[in-house]
Design a protein. Structure first.
Length: 172
């Protein structure tokens, strides 16, 4: 299990390094790389998937990523499904989001409207104190994350022990 965790972290690092030069990677680049990779370690209820629809990675509220998220999903698949990025100003229309990065002044309201739906909510300490199922934090100058496993279960999601092992904190 530890070896697979190291492979996951190494894959994130490798994805972030340019082949021509090892430029300094920003926190947002790391977070954009993490988001689609989380899908490999989460199981959604069967009813959450309709046909062969792509995995919707939504940004709800403010979008700190710009084109970084589109670049991070290029060529990525999970369970044979491609990714698609959707940018939404509110939780309206978020029912088909598999992963939702929630940011902005209405984060708490958006998280409440997504509660008890099979959506992996992700938040960022840099933009507020409200917490999704996965919450990005900076520890020792590095991007890390905590996981609220109780909330994940309440929302019908199962998070792999491999991802839980990588978290700086797991509640529930």
């Amino acid at each position: 299990m530890r070896r697979r965790a190291l492979i996951f972290v190494s894959a994130i690092g490798a994805a972030m390094l340019s082949s021509s030069a090892q430029a300094e990677v920003t926190d947002l680049e790391v977070k954009a790389a993490f988001l689609p990779r989380f899908a490999r370690y989460v199981t959604w209820p069967a009813a959450a998937w309709r046909g062969d629809q792509p995995v919707s990675l939504c940004v709800i509220g403010d979008d700190p990523f710009g084109n970084l998220l589109n670049q991070s999903i290029a060529g990525q698949q999970v369970d044979g499904r491609n990714f698609v990025v959707k940018r939404l100003s509110s939780a309206a229309g978020a029912s088909d989001c598999a992963i939702a990065f929630v940011d902005g002044s209405r984060t708490d309201e958006i998280l409440q409207s997504l509660a008890h739906q099979p959506v992996l909510t992700v938040t960022d300490s840099r933009f507020g104190s409200e917490r999704g199922i996965i919450h990005f934090v900076i520890v020792g100058g590095r991007v890390r994350f905590s996981i609220n496993n109780r909330q994940a279960r309440e929302d019908g999601l199962t998070i792999s022990s491999r991802l839980l092992a990588l978290a700086v904190g797991v509640s529930g």
